[in-house]
Write a protein of this length. Structure first.
Length: 207
């Protein structure tokens, strides 16, 4: 269900929890819910969510008892996520930081890293040049952000750590699989068929 409030923010619900989505912030969609539906976080885990958007996944992790760091490159998204954390009673469990990928967490280790990245291939001529585009624009081959994420992932996973991330069939799935296999990750996937693509949720663990 979506409700549009008078200040332009949308209101969405996930399993009874309510979230505001400010204009210019990614509205939780099938990819978000694919992660949310499979998010198993233990109490006391240290969780990093990259690209938190309106904060829904970070907030669900915090509600499960995790200590969360949530980042985004879009400051409006972080403001929206902060408000949602307050409204959902978990503001004190989430540390919000603005910045590019792992920049805000240099030198830090996590038990779980969550990322629903921008993964759609976008040709330069298709660009809209608006902040919301950062939410889906994966560059020409869809891999601009995900490749940088994968290359740094190991530096931020603690012993036995795992990563949960989304990938589209449109952005060279086999490159991700090859990367994980050759970098000693065990992984499993859950997939969801969409109209023009298939979404894959990767859950990977360091061997
Ligand atoms: C597909 S949206 C996901 C938002 C939210 N996690 C969800 O699942 O609904 C991707 C998010 O990543 C953010 N983002 C894009 N590039 C980023 C980067 N290089 N570093 C940090 N965040 C980034 C976008 O601003 C956007 O909020």
């Amino acid at each position: 269900m979506k409700i549009y409030s008078s200040d332009g923010a949308k209101i969405i619900f996930y399993k009874g929890d309510k979230f505001l989505v400010y204009p210019g912030v990614y509205e939780p969609a099938e990819d978000t819910f694919l992660v949310a539906d499979h998010l198993e976080v233990k109490c006391g885990e240290r969780v990093l969510e990259l690209g938190t958007g309106c904060g829904i996944l970070a907030i669900l992790a915090a509600k499960a008892g995790a200590e969360v760091v949530a980042t985004d490159i879009n400051p409006v998204a972080l403001e929206c996520a902060r408000v949602n954390a307050v409204e959902n009673g978990v503001f004190g469990r989430i540390d919000f930081r603005c910045g590019d990928l792992f920049d805000p967490v240099r030198g830090e280790l996590f038990d779980t890293i969550i990322f629903n990245p921008p993964y759609l291939p976008v040709e330069p001529k298709e660009k809209l040049n608006e902040p919301l585009e950062l939410a889906w624009d994966g560059g020409k081959n869809g891999r601009r952000v995900i490749d940088r994420f994968l290359n740094e992932l190991s530096l931020h996973l603690g012993p036995g750590g795992r990563a949960i991330f989304v990938q589209s069939s449109l952005s060279n799935l086999s490159k991700t699989i090859q990367f994980l296999e050759s970098n000693n990750f065990e992984f499993k996937t859950v997939n969801k068929k969409m109209f023009f693509e298939e979404l894959f949720l990767f859950q990977c663990y360091r061997r």
